[in-house]
Design a protein around this ligand. Sequence first.
Ligand code: ASP
Ligand code: MG
Length: 473
Amino acid sequence: MTMLVMKFGGASLGTSAGLSQVLNVIADESANWEQLLVVVSALDGVTDMLLDAAHFARIDHPRGYRRIAANLRTRHLALIDQLPLDRPDRNTLQANIDQLISSLLDDCKLIAKNLNEELSPRHSDTVVAVGERLSALIIAALLRQNDIRAVAVDGTDVLITDDVHGNANPEIAATAQRVNAVVLPLLQRNMIPVVTGFIGATSGGATTTLGRGGTDYTASVISALLGAGELWVWADVDGMLSADPRRQRNARVIPRLSYSEAADLAYFGARILHARMIAPLAEAGLPLRIKNIFHPKRAGTLVAGKSGDRQPDIKAVTSIQGLSLRRPVSGSLAGVTRLVGNTLFKTLGMRSEVLIASQSSNSSFICLVIPTSIGIDGVDRLQRALEAKMAEYPEKMPWEIETVSLVTAVGGRLHRSPELLSRVLASLDGIELGGIALGASNCSVTVALAEEDSREALARIHDMIVKSGSNSA
Ligand code: ASP
Ligand code: MG
């Protein structure tokens, strides 16, 4: 076989037990594939800590960001203390970690000096990038110590993106050039590049990030550009599940998903994958596997192909936050959708489609999805920005803006099975629905409802999935 790309997330990397699994998996697969490339996230929780550090810097609170820097240093040093490293390697690694921590402090000081009202994502991007750099250095050193030729590669040298800081998109042609110049020579020399996920740079050299969970996206773009045979995403669960296992204890592994099903699952809230990572794989026809790092022999989930030739079925249910806008008059929606689109882009650097737009004789309703990649406070920030923007136009009939839950059932060929759709809706009997949308990809149906009803709605749809016995391989 040719080339395998493997992505390891924070949960696999955070403990020495996880790291030894990572090492085993890489050692095993390097015997099975001609070439191997690894993409890593920051350790669990590190990106959140770095964002907090940036916020402390923004309010000029040096004690706050220094404390975080010190914690991060201790945590990474404690981790390498537990690894079987030679003294010279350990010393070099420690020096490199110290260097990254001091660059973090410099970046925080810079933010504090340029105090402005909101923390700009441009500044926080330089701060959060440290997390992935720390983990790539550690993994590469661990591999080398175990006689596996590996070298840490900084994503900012490889992934060229637009300048949407905090939620950037790769520029494919420029990235392809960098992949050929920086990554390919390493592979040709039989080295394993350990690439930092999540981070990139504009063509002018400013550090960017691809949105929360963006390491998946780095891995998918690089896999597609290198023409890899497969991409494996290692997680701490057995694969893509029929529901969030923290909410539904009886959630089960989905053995197989089409690209569109996986993309809809991620788009509508399954945090295990970054929503934009599927498109490059689908285009290249590159299979994706999601596997459990603590049980590497288990099959996991395979994402490949179309769902076209199978019976319609429901495989999974997810939920995500959204915003709804409502007003008690009918009329053109063009103005408000433009206003929402512009505010969304200005606040979160995001272009998102309105998911549901509906009108009747005396009212209008629109509803949009807020992707998980923009982080937890995105919904609040957008709601505040929209309210402020609308207050500038008091002559227009005000829109009532509310957060809503969007619960989505995902499965193949739903548009061909009104009967199946009606069973999903029937399962929600008694719950008040704000809107319904059949996904344009034909493999999802979404209902908008009050947040307090989402748990119940999700549980009922999940019950239906479990009883129907779908997902049995
Ligand atoms: N470390 C980044 C985050 O926490 C990227 C990733 O985990 O994929 O969002
Ligand atoms: Mg993730």
